[in-house]
Design a protein around this ligand. Structure first.
Ligand code: SF4
Ligand code: SF4
Length: 387
């Protein structure tokens, strides 16, 4: 098999943030210090070398790219100030853009002015769309689904999810294809017989259970946090709260929708604050807001090696999540105020518009790592087991 050399790879990666990577002399200090680099996964040095010699396909289809949690220990020990941690982050952004065939991710990462215009335009479009279709405002209680009809929100949401699912499946499918080719993984090696199935099951458990949900290596091995870093803002903690908060809100939405569909309650019915689904939503929302708020503060104040470089895409994802969470809580408070306040309706409109924008941008922003990383970790988990 012949490898294609991309002479512009380093220049291109620099647009994604890896400004200093040319300074690397391949000394290996970063690999020695990295708590996650196994003997057979010599990153970040080996990946930097791939970039320096222009091997795009080898770089973007490297599962090791996704095992790095960006702690910054390698950057702190690099004698050349080549910032290997930022290289790893930039290479992940580059990989997401490589697999996103719409080029939206690339624009958000490398053209901040155009990306900002797209983000503002999308938010304004959704807000004007829902404002144009708005209905009556009751003044006795907050009848949100009379103001923006439920079926409009439902249909727009479904249409967006279909679009997002197509882009996501395409990108993640292409990464999986490349990883499988590289490691010689076939359908029969995954599913052909009991031993293969057991191996596949273990790799799935490793990727989804131990790493994605349990954050094991992030928590135990990636000792990025200075020992004096207070627990309440350690990266693994705020990352876990954000992830679990997001999943909890997603579950609450699905359960609520299911209860409407199966007739347990009428759509938009007011429920008490202790109602289990509402309680799940409230607790999950608080966890999400806590995690996202800390991410914003740490990035804004650049508190630590990890937070030195932020791209529009990073901010877009965090800000959309934060505004969606905040407006959700304001609506929850407004629901208990009588008589209904006109501002409650407009906060609801902003909430719906921003939530739609958040969904629309999922495959193109920082959120995309939540889809790509588990796939790479699955192949990493497979490679760790005897064939
Ligand atoms: S990034 Fe720095 S520490 Fe790592 S191999 Fe290059 S020069 Fe050495
Ligand atoms: S940022 Fe941390 S996990 Fe990533 S390569 Fe550097 S030392 Fe390893």
């Amino acid at each position: 098999m012949t490898a294609t050399v991309n002479l512009n790879l380093i220049t291109d990666l620099q647009k994604f943030g890896a400004a200093e990577v040319n300074a690397c002399v391949s000394c290996g200090n970063c690999t020695a210090i990295c708590p996650l680099a196994d003997n057979d996964a010599m990153f970040p040095r080996k990946l930097i070398r791939l970039a320096q010699v222009g091997l795009t396909d080898e770089l973007v289809s490297s599962k090791e790219l996704w095992t790095c949690y960006g702690c910054g220990m390698c950057t702190a020990r690099c004698p050349q100030e080549a910032d290997p941690a930022e290289f790893m982050g930039s290479a992940r952004r580059y990989a997401i853009s490589h697999y996103d065939k719409s080029r939206i991710a690339r624009t958000l990462y490398t053209r901040p002015a155009i990306g900002t215009a797209i983000a503002i335009g999308a938010g304004a479009f959704f807000a004007l769309f829902f404002a144009a279709l708005r209905g009556e405002q009751s003044h006795t209680s907050l009848a949100l689904f009379d103001f923006i009809p439920y079926h409009v929100i439902h249909n727009v949401g479904i249409a967006l999810m279909v679009v997002v699912a197509l882009f996501s499946l395409l990108g993640v499918g292409l990464l999986a294809r490349d990883l499988a080719r590289r490691d010689g993984v076939t359908w029969s090696s995954l599913l052909g017989g009991r031993a293969a199935l057991a191996r596949t099951g273990k790799a799935l458990w490793y990727a989804l259970g131990i790493e994605a949900l349990g954050q094991k290596r992030y928590r135990d091995d990636c000792a990025d946090d200075d020992p004096i870093e207070p627990l309440y803002r350690r990266r693994w903690l705020i990352h876990s709260l954000t992830l679990w908060g997001f999943l909890g809100l997603f579950a609450a939405t699905i359960i609520d929708y299911g209860m409407d569909v199966f007739g347990f309650k009428a759509t938009g019915t007011m429920v008490p604050i202790w109602y289990p689904v509402r309680l799940l939503g409230t607790v999950s929302g608080l966890a999400l807001m806590y995690g996202v708020s800390w991410f914003i503060v740490l990035r804004w104040r650049k508190l630590g090696q990890t937070w030195q470089h932020s791209k529009l895409s990073d901010w877009l994802f965090l800000v959309l999540l934060w505004v969606t969470g905040l407006t959700g809580f304001i609506i929850e408070a407004a629901l208990y105020i009588e008589p209904a306040q006109p501002w409650g309706y407009w906060v609801f409109l902003v909430h719906v518009a921003i939530a739609m924008e958040l969904v629309l941008f999922l495959p193109f922003t920082k959120f995309a790592h939540a889809m790509y990383r588990p796939v790479a970790l699955f192949f990493y988990g497979l490679a760790k087991q005897p064939a």
